[in-house]
Design a protein around this ligand. Structure first.
Ligand SMILES: NC(=O)c1ccc[n+]([C@@H]2O[C@H](COP(=O)([O-])OP(=O)(O)OC[C@H]3O[C@@H](n4cnc5c(N)ncnc54)[C@H](OP(=O)(O)O)[C@@H]3O)[C@@H](O)[C@H]2O)c1
Length: 346
């Protein structure tokens, strides 16, 4: 733990979930200066135990009174629960870093990827939003390219792991896979967008009237907000693939100025926590199976799009539970503590 960081009381809302458990793990890994830790979930988790720094912590039911004396809330219990409890946490004087989509597009709520738009944290009024996992990894190379040559248009197609849909979906993929391999019909109580095993599903979250899914709309709107480019031309197709952890994205970017592939690689290499894995001769490129558990965004397959001037294709992969959720939120919490941006206790 860096000497200058004061110890704070932390609550995790949704502690038993995919992202919640990563919070506990990463707080320990990074030696975050935790004074007291409170683990909150639904009634079905009351009494469950999670380990932090060798000590067992008992999970409590989240209530509106759970946030007394808490400095930082890491929230990952879904949008509905965020809307229900976050106002009480803010009222109690905590700063909430929310992983759900509940507050992301509110104009008073900074939407932040650590290292990309830290300056936005200074304007927080108690709530800071963490972007959708798909946006969080995409935004890193986009930020580099915007600074290098200006973004003219972005086309992204995603290949998203089932962990992005919560712990229950990971369990479902494993169960369905076993059932199919055993020669039986997979678990039948499924909606079409949850037939994960041996499938590729062009449907994540609900459909809007214009035919886009909410996931695709999140990528478009959140990218614009984080980069501060309201009229950025960007489109997205979001697809679920039968992978447990790690989102992959195929990205096509048209730039405003001519630039070489070498300049792009140099700029990617200079950006913290962005790693280039790109050597076609050695068949080197980022793959979800290799990057699970890693703390960088990986880029590969960088090449010119010969069908259009100043346009490039590349492949972006990251651990969605870390980069897209828990790690980013904890990096934000570290900045909040270091820069004394905590809330005011009432
Ligand atoms: N997974 C990702 O890659 C990712 C990335 C970015 C953002 N997010 C967002 O993070 C949130 C959580 O995602 P997840 O993947 O961790 O989901 P998850 O595995 O389904 O976990 C949900 C958590 O919410 C808790 N919860 C449910 N109802 C509750 C209630 N009434 N009161 C208090 N807690 C309650 C659950 O507790 P019980 O165990 O007691 O039910 C569990 O701890 C979602 O908003 C998601 O969009 C996820």
């Amino acid at each position: 733990m860096p000497q200058e960081m004061k110890k704070v009381n932390v609550a995790i809302l949704g502690a038993t979930g995919n992202v919640g458990r990563k919070f506990v793990e990463i707080l320990e890994e990074r030696d975050f200066p935790v004074n007291n830790l409170r683990l909150l979930a639904s009634t079905s988790s009351i009494g469950k135990k999670l380990k932090f720094k060798g000590k067992e912590y008992i999970v409590e039911q989240a209530t509106k009174d759970s946030f007394k004396d808490i400095d930082i809330v890491l929230a990952s219990a879904g949008g509905k629960i965020s809307k229900e409890f976050i106002p009480y946490a803010v009222k109690a004087g905590a700063v909430v870093i929310d992983n759900s989509s509940a507050y992301r597009m509110d104009k008073d709520v900074p939407l932040v990827v650590a290292g990309v738009n830290n300056h936005a944290l200074k304007t927080h009024k108690g709530i800071i939003a963490n972007p959708n996992c798909t946006t969080a990894q995409l935004i890193v190379p986009l930020k580099v390219l915007e600074e290098l040559a200006g973004l003219k248009r972005v086309v992204v197609s995603t290949y998203q792991s089932v962990s992005g849909a919560g712990k229950a979906s990971m369990d479902e993929l494993i169960k369905q896979t076993k059932e199919i391999l055993n020669g039986s019909d997979p678990f039948v109580d499924l909606t079409p967008n949850r037939k994960f095993a041996f499938n590729v599903i062009p449907h994540i979250d609900v459909f809007a009237e214009d035919g886009y899914t909410k996931e695709e709309i999140k990528v478009i709107n959140e990218s614009r907000k984080i980069l501060g480019i309201e009229d950025l031309k960007i489109t997205c197709t979001a697809v679920r693939v039968p992978v447990l952890i790690g989102h992959s994205e195929s990205v096509n970017v048209e730039l405003k100025k001519p630039i070489t592939k070498k300049e792009i690689i140099n700029a990617f290499n200079e950006f913290p926590d962005l790693e280039v894995l790109d050597n076609p001769q050695n068949e080197t490129y980022p793959m979800a199976i290799d990057i699970a558990g890693k703390d960088s965004v990986f880029v590969g397959r960088i090449r010119e799009d010969k069908s259009k001037p100043n346009t490039f294709n590349f492949w972006v992969v990251a651990d969605n539970l870390r980069i897209g959720a828990a790690l980013n939120a904890i990096k934000i919490a570290e900045i909040i503590v270091k820069e004394s941006l905590l809330g005011v206790k009432k």
